[in-house]
Design a binder for this molecule. Sequence first.
Ligand SMILES: Nc1ncnc2c1ncn2[C@@H]1O[C@H](COP(=O)(O)OP(=O)(O)OP(=O)(O)O)[C@@H](O)[C@H]1O
Ligand SMILES: [Mg+2]
Length: 419
Amino acid sequence: MDLLWLIFLAGLAALPPIGEIHKQLILLGLALFQLFEGRLLAGSVRWGRPLAVVIKIALATLLIAHTGQVAINSSYYPIFYVPVVTAAMLYGPWGTLGWTATASAAYCSYLWPALRQYSLNPAALEELALRLFFFFLLAMIINRFVMETRRQRDLYRQTAESLAGANRQLQQAQAETRRAERLAALGQLSAGLAHEIRNPLAVIKGSAEMLQQSLQPAAAGTPAVAPDANPAVAHELAGYISSEVNRVNLLVARFLDFARPLRLQRSPVGLAELLDRALADAQERWPASPVRVERDYAPDLPAPALDATLCERAFANLAANAFEAMAELPPGAARLTVRAAAAAEGGRAGVHIAFADTGPGVRPELREQIFNPFFTTKPSGVGLGLAIVAKIVDQHGGRLRLCEDGPGACFEVFLPLSA
Ligand SMILES: Nc1ncnc2c1ncn2[C@@H]1O[C@H](COP(=O)(O)OP(=O)(O)OP(=O)(O)O)[C@@H](O)[C@H]1O
Ligand SMILES: [Mg+2]
């Protein structure tokens, strides 16, 4: 912008009267002022604005005096557009009108000396009126444009501010929701754990009390078991205690699997071998199971960087669920298909692994709950299997979901190739 101004003023300097040193000095003054106007306005808006307009009116008035035989007739009169446009840009409509009137008055002040020598004929008066009229017209057009731009800028700023405010509120609300969700999840988890431990504890307590009643305290020289105690009953009660302790032990071990923070040790793994090991684990646990396992591994399976132990545990849990779901099916009807193929999700390359069975499937109303810790529909289930799978998959940056298609249940895992 400054450069354009300088070119424009240099153009004026190159036009006649060229030898008029005052004219050139005034143009130089205008050019210099134009360059420093920004700083003046930035330093003090209150005084900078009127000063900028006044200086420009003064320079324009001087220029007129040095560019015409009769100043009021000078062809340089449009130089008054400079202060007029400046005022239109810095002030509102009334301020612009006021400053345009001041500039017009400064221009008309040259009527005074001119009228001493010449008389003002109607044609000259019309010409003067036209020039003044154009000062006002230009001022008002520019001011209207500037005001509209300013209004839109304010509107934009207000919108941006309210959007930022809304965004802050949203973030706060999200943080609060997350906190509430975390607390709710923790509460659910603790309640589930307490519930799971209470049942075996009740059995242990009952068995211990009955055992205590059937046994006499061991006195010196007498056998520990009272003559009327039934050793078979005592044996059975002790068996309950032992199996319930085992149950609590298993629960605690599984809970620790779930609750312990996972530290992944990633290394490229052969997926096919990993899946085979998990399936073999399930087959070993249920050697008499009717389930027939079908493997559908893509030939070009990539080797993602995974924690092999944890992923094997996750796949073993999925396989165990499928074996358990199909335990009652007649041989031939129970089929577990394990699919593995390269895939991409959310712009990330990875692998899809699906465990699809022909069991009864998951009822629609349970689809959300089955991933909650301690949710189980099995009499001897703990309800941590899928929660552990979900945690391991999450830690790998992957995703676990229950597919809606297929007759039985189908759990699909996506694991990215790397972190
Ligand atoms: N393949 C499946 N077919 C049908 N239902 C399933 C299947 N897998 C999981 N479920 C349902 O999801 C529930 C939760 O499974 P999850 O593995 O978390 O716990 P669980 O198997 O009951 O107990 P455990 O902690 O011993 O694994 C199961 O009780 C069952 O109702
Ligand atoms: Mg399970």
